[in-house]
Design a protein around this ligand. Structure first.
Ligand SMILES: NC(=O)c1ccc[n+]([C@@H]2O[C@H](COP(=O)([O-])OP(=O)(O)OC[C@H]3O[C@@H](n4cnc5c(N)ncnc54)[C@H](OP(=O)(O)O)[C@@H]3O)[C@@H](O)[C@H]2O)c1
Length: 302
């Protein structure tokens, strides 16, 4: 079958369409015919070698599709079911058929498009888990650093639904988007901490960082270290006294997210849908670092 991935660790020149065998679902795995697959910064991080996979390997860590086979011990999903979920080892999704971890898969409600479902496990799932990790009380103020990105957008929506006040940093072109989601928008860059203080005169009760580096250093002092989490720069957040977000990669979380999408309470903000043939362009859009919302790949004929 055809797949898109990388031949060896490196830059975009390592990417290629690959001819690979259809994988066999092992215990606790599903094999799906892929309809749509999410694109995430983790995909270019994988190709750059950050996760220790040398390649050749198929990229893609989340998909929506139709179950064509189930592995040993799978009881809640049957052949023909429409599902979405995360891929074992965070690889293999950008292919005609892909494995999905059954314990991190859920049935896709018919009212939720495959393109939207495929964008939920990584970005919205991380948003969901970060809010649980911070556990801020109703009325508290959350700063989302990088509020206009794939994780930031669902974070703002879920935080508002929990009754939090939200201040969100974003580039100049995403201020209206962030405001439209119910957050107070603030531009990033020099002086960001002062702009956040002005937007939240009573202080910030928690920070969820999605940028890392200097942008994380700039906002870290705004909250107590116990209320600082980042998924963008794990070494730096630990150095600053904060922490990573423990992920709950479970069917229960995916069911909750899909129900919110079906109810119109969560929009994963899929604004770029590329055909499989343009997988490289799709990844380049995300790797550039300022894409608007989520990018999703759709498979031929799916
Ligand atoms: N569980 C995990 O470990 C996990 C899961 C998901 C994501 N992540 C990580 O989380 C990060 C964000 O993921 P994502 O999917 O949201 O990425 P994304 O869609 O590319 O969004 C990144 C955001 O960062 C903002 N940004 C970029 N450079 C900036 C700067 N110098 N100052 C301020 N803002 C800046 C961009 O906003 P503007 O365009 O407005 O500048 C954009 O909204 C990535 O590092 C990803 O690898 C980790």
């Amino acid at each position: 079958m055809r797949a898109y991935g990388f031949l060896g660790v490196g830059g975009p020149d390592q990417e290629a369409f690959l001819d690979v065998p259809v994988p066999e679902p092992g215990p606790g795995e599903l094999l799906v015919r892929v309809r749509a697959a999410g694109v995430n910064p983790g995909d270019w991080r994988m190709r750059r070698g950050e996760y220790g996979i040398a390649g050749p390997a198929v990229l893609g860590r989340e998909v929506a599709g139709t179950v064509v086979a189930t592995g040993e011990g799978v009881t809640d999903v049957a052949v023909g079911d429409e599902v979405f979920g995360g891929c074992p080892g965070m690889v293999g999704g950008w292919a005609e058929q892909a494995l999905v971890t059954a314990s991190f898969a859920a049935h896709r409600p018919s009212s939720v498009r495959p393109e939207d479902a495929a964008a939920l496990p990584v970005a919205a799932g991380t948003a969901y888990d970060a809010l649980n990790a911070l556990a801020l009380p109703v009325g508290a103020t959350l700063l989302v650093n990088g509020a206009g990105g794939g994780v930031g957008i669902p974070t703002v929506q879920l935080a508002r639904a929990r009754g939090l006040r939200v201040v969100g940093t974003a580039g100049a072109g995403k201020q209206d988007l962030v405001a439209g989601l119910g957050a107070v928008p603030v531009t990033g860059g020099d002086g960001v901490a002062d702009r956040v203080r002005a937007a939240a005169p009573d202080g910030v009760d928690g920070v969820f960082d999605l940028v890392g580096g200097d942008a994380l250093r700039a906002v870290a002092p705004l909250t107590a270290s116990g209320r600082l989490v980042s998924v963008a720069d794990k070494p730096l957040v630990a150095h600053l006294g904060g922490r990573d977000v423990p992920r709950d990669r479970s069917t229960a979380v995916l069911d909750a997210l899909a129900a919110l999408v079906a109810a119109g309470e969560l929009d994963p903000w899929v604004r770029t849908v590329e055909p499989f043939e343009r997988s490289g362009e799709a990844l380049a859009r995300v790797e550039e670092g300022h894409v608007l919302g989520k990018v999703v790949i759709t498979m031929d004929g799916a």
